[in-house]
Design a protein around this ligand. Structure first.
Ligand SMILES: [Cu+2]
Length: 334
């Protein structure tokens, strides 16, 4: 009986210490969405039960190792135990009930985070190796996801190539983006701040860099941003270079090409226009309009030296006018 009391007290103590310890290392980032609240509640309950089960298993083992170790000179055999039916029924039925309770709580939480607000604004998300782009109902596209606080939005997500996954840790929820169909992500941001969406599905060489800023702001700041983006888009659409830039940002060129001189999957576009490019066969060409048009329209004809073995540039379905716009944009990147 004395052993049971000691073990009982130790189990409670270790369970509490485990829970407090796990909680103190800050496993979770801030709760930035309405959906994160029920998720964290369930998670917390889970961690409490897990801490208790951990203590329930580890403490009796450790205690037995010490309290019932063989005394010096004791060569007798241990007591023979046949089994204990009430005990076995208990440790089958109790976990069964716990699992059923958690199944119910899981389903309940899932329903709660999927509650649909019919007035939710809809933003289109495109995932491409290896970039995100966001198309707003106001008719422009951005590399940043801006959201007003305390309003539900629904993201309609499409992939241009492989399976990606939309994940903002502060929002807790995560959703795959699958080629050939549209998946939905409903979120109600509740905390003004800057976060980051990252791809959570290994999607190729630059998967780790597939990130984009997520900015949650007050309705007034959000409206101001929308207005400024609309104005920018309208102004840019007036010039070929502006249209080219918009196109490059929306169809995914920037997942492989930078404009700051650093190499991603393909060569940087900085200073490309008019420069001398060495090709895989050792010859040199000037990056004039004709070369750039060909490089975009038929990427496989001339390969830049050093890029023979990297992921090949895909052939995009572009009109001649669009390619002209892209080249006009490239010409501005000194
Ligand atoms: Cu990805």
């Amino acid at each position: 009986m004395r052993h049971f009391v000691i073990v009982g007290v130790l189990v409670v103590l270790v369970a509490v210490l485990t829970y407090v310890g796990l909680n103190s290392i800050g496993l979770m980032p801030v709760e930035a969405s309405a959906q994160s609240v029920p998720i964290d509640w369930l998670w917390n309950l889970d961690v409490r039960v897990i801490s208790f089960l951990f203590a329930l298993i580890v403490v009796p083992i450790a205690y037995s190792l010490i309290a019932f170790r063989r005394k010096k000179g004791d060569t007798t055999d241990a007591e023979h135990i046949e089994g204990n039916t009430p005990l076995e029924i208990t440790w089958t039925v109790v976990p069964l009930i716990v699992v059923l309770i958690f199944a119910y709580l899981g389903a309940y939480t899932l329903a709660e985070i999927r509650v649909v607000d019919p007035s939710a604004a809809e933003i289109k998300v495109r995932a491409i190796q290896w970039a995100w782009s966001f198309q707003y109902p106001e008719g422009f596209t951005s590399k940043e996801l801006h959201l007003p606080v305390n309003k539900q939005v629904v993201l309609k997500m499409e992939s241009s190539d492989v399976i990606h996954s939309f994940w903002v840790p502060e929002f807790r929820i995560k959703q795959d983006v699958v080629p050939g169909r549209i998946t939905e992500y409903r979120v109600t941001p509740i905390l003004v701040g800057s976060y980051m969406v990252r791809c959570a599905e290994l999607c190729g060489a630059s998967h780790a860099y597939m990130q984009a800023p997520v900015i949650v702001s007050s309705q007034a700041d959000y409206d101001a941003w929308i207005a400024s983006q609309k104005a920018l888009a309208a102004a840019a659409a007036q010039t070929p270079a502006g249209r080219g830039e918009q196109l490059a940002n929306t169809i995914g060129c920037r997942g492989c090409h930078t404009i700051d001189g650093s190499k991603l999957v393909g060569p940087s576009w900085q200073g490309l226009y008019g420069s001398q490019v060495t090709l895989s066969d050792g010859t040199t060409v000037t990056a004039n309009d004709a070369y750039l048009i060909e490089s975009i329209a038929n990427p496989s004809i001339k390969i830049v030296k050093g890029f023979e073995t990297t992921t090949a540039m895909p052939k995009f379905d572009l009109t001649d006018a669009q390619i002209q716009d892209l080249v006009a944009y490239l010409a501005t990147l000194k």
